[in-house]
Design a protein around this ligand. Structure first.
Ligand SMILES: Cc1cc2nc3c(=O)[nH]c(=O)nc-3n(C[C@H](O)[C@H](O)[C@H](O)COP(=O)(O)OP(=O)(O)OC[C@H]3O[C@@H](n4cnc5c(N)ncnc54)[C@H](O)[C@@H]3O)c2cc1C
Ligand code: SF4
Ligand code: SF4
Length: 427
């Protein structure tokens, strides 16, 4: 590539950046922001990777969903420390997909609501569109004991796999030497799904396993992820810039299960627990948050720690996330203050089909959502805390937050969300 071409590429990137930033400043309807880059497609595209890196990654606004990484048709990105790295920048083919799928650059397209096939009648009481919700737990003790809450997620997935409704699950496993560090996993056996049960509160890059699934053509596929990951998957499935890779995800991701999430924790929370309890990280078998932090140790002890102690470990990038309840998943699940039960919100026709298959197989004990009114109240309250923030593109960068002296996502917008205590009592 000649210097002349490089400078032309750079000019186009700067032109798109300028147009995008003018739109933000002028208060243009956020649903129009994507035209800052989509209008370039007709002219042969621009180097979207440079635009994405500058606007989202360099500013510390990247939530780590990996959508840009897994959509890229020429493998431009690596993924390191919860962020994309444009290691093979020169391989960019100017398709703009990485910018188009980023859930932080802009709000998800309005027509997504139609494309997702929400089950009718659709209700939205403040935690996203859904048709019905229940409180459930697995009847099989193996799932109930290994699961973070009611073991519903893993039990449903194993059943779907054994019935042949799916052939693989993109989910999260753990590092053997540090079971609180999540890693991506393409699970294709019941055993593998079971081994992935439970929650890790560090950021687990589950969706990185999408590429492996596509390469091995494992389909139909289920995806388990926190809301930012579900949004990233939806952006990839329904991007208005259509390429084969987007079509593969649209056709073959049959089910998404979204985990409710107020924020994840930085890795430092593990060393903190280890130090406070005088144990090694590998001895921390499970961490659960229920208005307090319950730490389960390998020697069988269960230690209660104060939730407040963990506020400094809230992951700074989670400020840029507005979705608590996985509003675009087929099924949303969370513990929401319940002990040993999972709150399950059925949102789409696909979610209903998978749920009903599992219910027909008598997998769960089920209570009506009305039996735990406090859970729904909490769900609505915590969802509102995140919904009521400004759009991430309009928020200060991470560097600006450092200068302002507050990088904590729990307290930064406390005046937006009065009253708030940060809202993490029911993970
Ligand atoms: C970071 C994080 C924050 C959460 N915050 C809340 C909250 O604020 N409120 C709330 O009600 N619920 C929260 N949850 C969800 C809750 O912890 C349970 O995952 C959910 O209730 C399902 O329980 P289960 O027993 O049905 O799932 P299980 O049968 O135990 O299955 C859990 C699934 O989650 C996957 N998983 C584990 N860790 C991660 C991770 N870090 N990222 C992505 N996938 C993962 C596992 O691989 C498994 O497939 C959070 C979960 C995570 C991972
Ligand atoms: S938020 Fe997701 S799509 Fe956007 S830059 Fe980060 S990893 Fe890529
Ligand atoms: S709050 Fe949860 S869903 Fe949102 S960016 Fe953080 S980890 Fe992702």
């Amino acid at each position: 590539m000649s210097n002349q071409e490089i400078s032309n590429d750079e000019k186009l990137v700067q032109a798109v950046q300028k147009k995008y930033n003018e739109m933000l400043e002028e208060g243009v309807d956020p649903y129009e922001w994507a035209y800052a880059w989509r209008s370039e497609i007709n002219r042969g595209g621009f180097k979207a990777v440079d635009f994405l890196m500058r606007e989202i990654v360099d500013t510390g606004k990247c939530v780590g969903c990996a959508a840009c990484v897994t959509i890229c048709p020429t493998d431009v990105f690596d993924y390191k420390d919860e962020n994309p790295v444009d290691t093979r920048n020169d391989a960019c083919v100017f398709c703009e997909l990485c910018a188009d799928v980023c859930p932080v650059l802009r709000p998800l397209d309005k027509d997504l609501q139609t494309l997702l096939d929400f089950k009718k009648p659709v209700k939205d009481e403040g935690f996203g569109p859904y048709n019905y919700a229940v409180i459930a737990r697995a009847k099989d003790k193996e799932f109930l004991e290994a699961g973070q809450d009611g073991g519903v997620t893993s039990a449903l997935l194993v059943h779907a796999l054994e019935k042949g409704s799916i052939n693989g699950v993109v989910t999260g496993d753990v590092l053997p030497e540090n079971p609180q560090v999540g890693i991506q996993k393409l699970a294709t056996t019941a055993e593998e799904i079971k081994n992935c049960s439970g929650s890790r509160y560090t950021y687990s890059p589950n969706t990185m396993a999408l590429v492996e699934a596509m390469r091995q053509d494992v389909k139909p596929l289920a995806v388990v992820g926190v809301p930012c990951q579900i949004d990233g998957v939806r952006q990839q499935q329904f991007s208005s810039i259509r390429l084969e890779v987007a079509k593969w995800y649209q056709k073959n991701v049959a089910l998404t299960i979204g985990l409710f999430c107020s924020e994840s924790f930085t890795h430092e929370h593990i060393s903190y627990i280890a130090k406070e309890l005088d144990v090694e990280p590998q001895d921390i078998v499970n961490v659960n948050v229920k208005g307090k932090v319950i730490v389960e140790l390998r020697d069988g002890r269960e230690i209660i720690m104060k939730l407040k102690e963990f506020h400094p470990f809230a992951r700074p990038a989670c400020l840029y996330c507005l979705d608590y309840s996985a509003e675009h998943a087929d099924i949303g699940v969370g513990g929401i203050g319940l002990s040993g039960w999972t709150f399950v919100a059925i949102r789409t026709e696909a979610g209903h089909k998978f749920w009903q298959e599992a219910v027909d197989a008598d997998l769960f004990e089920i209570l009506p959502e009305e039996s735990e009114p406090k859970a729904k109240e909490l769900l609505i309250r915590l969802s509102n805390i995140k919904r009521n923030k400004p759009l991430p593109a309009l928020m200060p960068t991470y560097q600006e937050r450092v200068e302002l002296g507050n990088t904590n996502p729990k307290t930064f917008y406390k005046n937006y969300n009065k009253p708030t205590d940060g809202g993490d009592e029911g993970k």
